[in-house]
Write a protein that binds this ligand. Structure first.
Ligand SMILES: NC(=O)C1=CN([C@@H]2O[C@H](COP(=O)(O)OP(=O)(O)OC[C@H]3O[C@@H](n4cnc5c(N)ncnc54)[C@H](O)[C@@H]3O)[C@@H](O)[C@H]2O)C=CC1
Ligand SMILES: O=C(O)C1=N[C@H](C(=O)O)C[C@H](O)C1
Length: 269
């Protein structure tokens, strides 16, 4: 076995799970130490390589996260909110770095992630790409510079299998705009307009979601006022950007004290 740090991928058969498998095994910086799927999944008990249609990889897909995490330094988790909440407790038990890419959490679920971070390093971001995290910084700066005469609208587009809206990225961008303005997003958020909505609420931060085909992820932050408009845009064309960011976060987390971190910490932004 190599000396490279071992990383477990949860939700390994998913779009991000497959991409993470590819990125970790090609990285030369970490080894794939485990692969977790939900109980009852057809891949459980089988070699991951065989499941993926490649050469055997010597990693058996399991539905026993505790045993998998105990043999690793870090876990990269792009699954679903309830699963991630359960994994946070197991990562704490195993003292593993827990990189969380999952989106769609309720406020209470985000709060429930905190206790685990007393025992392990937890890094969570609605988007792990360098580009989006830079866009977040820019959004905050632009919002700081403009007054409430400028309406803020966030438009996001994703593939037709995505289950949560607005996207985690859109919410990150919304939080950045709200922070720049010195207001709370929770109190000023407006989404899902339909019918006779009345005029736009002054100061609102609006969200619109498009779902279609195989769109990887596109985000526009629009600042609009009388006579002019600024549009900040990020377009993802390859999920590898999220997987590379997550791997970077896992490796960065190995030297950190327990606590909650995000991609801004990892990237030093
Ligand atoms: N933060 C970021 O940069 C990014 C975040 N995401 C988020 O990651 C999550 C997953 O996205 P996709 O891979 O596209 O979804 P997906 O539906 O293709 O994959 C999710 C996988 O998790 C597995 N899973 C669900 N519950 C589980 C459990 N209890 N134990 C083990 N495995 C379980 C499913 O069986 C599935 O294989 C979503 O919340 C998405 O929004 C996606 C891309 C980038
Ligand atoms: O579900 C996805 O695909 C993505 N989810 C994340 C989000 O909710 O923002 C990140 C990326 O846009 C892809």
């Amino acid at each position: 076995m190599s000396d490279l740090p071992g990383i477990v991928v949860t939700g390994v058969s998913g779009r991000m799970g497959r991409m993470l498998t590819e990125v970790i095994t090609a990285s030369g910086k970490a080894r794939l130490a485990g692969a977790v799927e939900r109980s009852g999944h057809a891949w459980i008990g089988r070699d991951l390589g065989t499941c993926l249609g490649t050469a055997p990889m010597g990693v058996t897909v399991t539905d026993d996260p505790l045993t998998a995490f105990a043999g690793a330094k870090a876990v990269i988790d792009f699954t679903a909110p309830a699963a991630t909440l359960a994994f946070s407790k197991i990562a704490a038990q195993a003292r593993c770095v827990h990189v969380i890419g999952t989106t769609g959490f309720e406020k209470e679920q985000i709060e429930a992630l905190a206790p685990a971070a007393r025992h392990c390093t937890q890094i969570r971001a609605g988007n792990m790409s360098l580009g989006v995290n830079l866009l977040t910084v820019l959004t905050r700066k632009v919002a700081e510079a403009l007054d409430a005469e400028w309406d803020v609208e966030i438009v996001e587009a994703h593939h037709n299998r995505k289950v949560d809206a607005p996207s985690g990225t859109a919410l990150m961008l919304g939080e950045a705009a709200a922070a720049g303005r010195g207001i709370s997003l929770e109190e000023n958020r407006e989404s899902g307009r339909d019918g006779i909505t009345g005029a736009r609420k002054p100061g609102a931060i609006g969200f619109s979601s498009i779902r279609g085909g195989d769109i990887v992820g596109e985000h526009d932050v629009i600042f609009a006022t009388a006579g002019e408009r600024i549009v900040l845009r990020h377009i993802a064309t390859d999920r590898a950007i999220f997987a590379r960011g997550a791997l970077k976060a896992a490796l960065w987390g190995l030297d950190r004290k327990p606590g909650q971190y995000d991609m801004m910490d990892v990237l030093g932004l």
